[in-house]
Design a protein around this ligand. Sequence first.
Ligand code: ZN
Length: 74
Amino acid sequence: MLWLAVATPDIPDAVQLLQQMEHDELSRVDPDGTAARAAQHVIDLDAESASCPACGGAIPRGQLRCPECGLRLG
Ligand SMILES: [Zn+2]
């Protein structure tokens, strides 16, 4: 489980870092890239809903935690 807790203005940087980390990690453990593609989702808390970068679950607008896995977004 990878936890991500950042201030909203830092989310793009955090997502980029997360993707870089996951690219490095998943190239070894996820050779077919399934999880790597899931990590490409960008968190947009102003959108109607967002996809959790950890589990891919839908996160309703205004939620600061993923209802599926509990990942903190703000
Ligand atoms: Zn989640």
